[in-house]
Design a protein around this ligand. Structure first.
Ligand code: ATP
Ligand code: MN
Length: 480
């Protein structure tokens, strides 16, 4: 029992304490036949049924039992007569805590489209779908911390406001306290950021990696789990302007260790969700089956959601190099039949999501770890391989998602790192602090970034990334 005397619906639905008096507080989902109230309190996607003795209840009170109203019910827990539930409550006392005008409340007890629910994002938590999604999201976040904590990693909070615009992971949002309608100008007529809050131009971080490396080179094993921001104007179902990233960084790890850590992490957290979110995943599995009914047969998933999660959490991920992947793609049917939007002709081409998804969904039919990409399509800090052409990068590709993780072994050799920065026009003097790790006791190390929403997308079987974060931030979208 909670201190306010209420018992949660989740607990009551599993209770056999027939005959005892209980208090339930929650929101009305439906009220049928002037008798049956389905109450949801968020503790589970399942409702508890409360039966009203309508002949002895004030008609004006019954009228207020509308979808969305908050109520408190006191009554006797009894074995249910009806099908579909084990227990129900025989109402003795009924109190309306907060009315909900049925004419105006936008959620009706019927299926709403996800597009519509996005427009009423402030209310969509009240649907079963979003209840399930946010429960799974929570479980995954918890499992991530547990995974790292069990292995002795230190959780680092890297800065959200950064002055380094060197990483080049994406377009950045500027942070300023200047009056942008009337900014101070320097002699050359440009905005004088020396007069800005931090005395320099600053941005929202696109990644905590560089700072994470500094910590790893002393603490050994660290991870970050925080918000990152990219002003990329890509209106896709896989990109947000504000998303959460998990970035482990480990001293003395090479690329193979890095891939192993990533695989273990993903399998651990998926397994955790399977074990701890059974009801939610069952619901989401059925939601997806229902949604896919409207699709042509060949676009439907071959496996249901839970089978897919089992497969990915138990089978080894396929490991291959970029060069091997290019060969497979070059000889693939969609490439030969010119079905790809971007045809694979030459080594060096950047892989598009159509290629990534072909490899994962059609060719290997399981998660894939691609390694050793051409250096020209990857970041300056990735360790240069002996062939002079590739770097020790890795991307992990997941069915239905494409890239879920991007990572690498880092270039620990100062001379090679400085040379690469020069070639790529990265200002080495601004990043003196980063280079210091290579100057003083440098050592091999590796890490990766896992996009949290892409993980949640995969585990929930949702199709749009805006439906797995409470308040999505995307181009022209910052409501609520
Ligand atoms: P993509 O090619 O899909 O845009 P990226 O190569 O830019 O990804 P990284 O910079 O390697 O991605 O970031 C690490 C991880 O962060 C990615 O593997 C992905 O899971 C996630 N991620 C990257 N950009 C976004 C975004 N805009 N919204 C949500 N997640 C993202
Ligand atoms: Mn990107």
């Amino acid at each position: 029992m909670e201190s306010n005397g209420r018992t949660k619906v989740k607990e009551l639905l599993n209770s056999t304490a027939y005959g005892s008096d209980v208090i339930v507080k929650g929101w009305v989902r439906t009220f049928r036949n002037d008798r049956f109230i389905a109450i949801n309190d968020g503790s589970t996607i399942n409702n508890i049924q409360a039966v009203v003795d309508f002949e002895n209840t004030d008609a004006s009170l019954l009228k207020r039992l509308t979808t969305g109203a908050a109520i408190s019910v006191t009554g006797k827990l009894i074995e249910s007569q009806g099908a579909g539930q084990k227990v129900e409550i025989q109402v003795k006392q009924l109190e309306i805590l907060g009315d909900s005008d049925a004419e105006k409340f936008p959620l009706q007890p019927k299926k709403h489209s996800l597009e519509f629910l996005r427009e009423i994002g402030h209310l969509r938590f009240r649907t079963n779908t979003f209840n399930a999604v946010f429960k799974v999201r929570h479980a995954l976040a918890f499992a991530i911390h547990q995974f790292f904590n069990d292995r002795g990693f230190v959780y680092m909070h890297t800065p959200i406001i950064t002055a380094s615009d060197a990483e080049g992971a994406g377009e950045m949002f500027r942070v300023t306290s200047l009056d942008m309608a009337n900014p101070p100008l320097s002699e050359d007529g440009k905005i004088d950021f020396k007069q800005d809050f931090f005395g320099r131009s600053t941005n929202l971080t696109v990644s905590g990696q560089l700072e994470g490396e500094l910590a790893a080179m002393a603490l050994g094993e660290i991870y970050t789990f925080g918000p990152t921001f990219r002003a990329e104007n890509s209106n896709t179902t896989r990109h947000l302007a504000e998303f959460w990233m998990i970035e482990p960084e480990v001293a003395f790890n090479d690329l193979k260790d890095n891939a192993q850590l990533a695989e273990s992490l993903l399998q651990f957290v998926i397994q955790y969700a399977l074990e701890n979110c059974a009801d939610e995943l069952e619901f989401l599995k059925n939601r997806l089956l229902e949604e896919e009914k409207s699709k042509p047969q060949d676009e439907r998933s071959e496996m249901d959601l839970i089978a897919k999660l089992h497969l990915c959490s138990t089978s080894n991920f396929e490991r291959l190099t970029y060069t091997e992947a290019i060969e497979i793609l070059r000889n693939s049917t969609p490439n030969k039949k010119k079905k790809f939007k971007y045809l694979i002709e030459n080594w060096g081409a950047d892989l598009q999501s159509e290629h990534e998804r072909y490899l994962v969904e059609k060719h290997f039919k399981k998660p894939v770890i691609l390694t050793d990409y051409p250096k020209d399509i990857k970041s300056f800090y990735m360790r240069q391989n002996d062939d002079g052409k590739t770097v020790a990068a890795m991307d992990i590709l997941f069915p239905g998602i494409g890239e879920i993780i991007g990572g690498s072994q880092r270039e620990e050799r100062l001379d090679l790192l400085e040379k690469r920065m020069h070639e790529m026009n990265i200002p080495a003097d601004e990043l003196y602090w980063y280079l210091d790790t290579r100057r003083f006791g440098t050592a091999p190390h590796a890490g990766f970034g896992l996009g949290f929403e892409r993980l949640v997308l995969f585990v929930t079987g949702m199709t749009n990334i805006r439906d797995v974060i409470a308040f999505p931030r995307a181009p022209k979208t910052a409501e609520f």
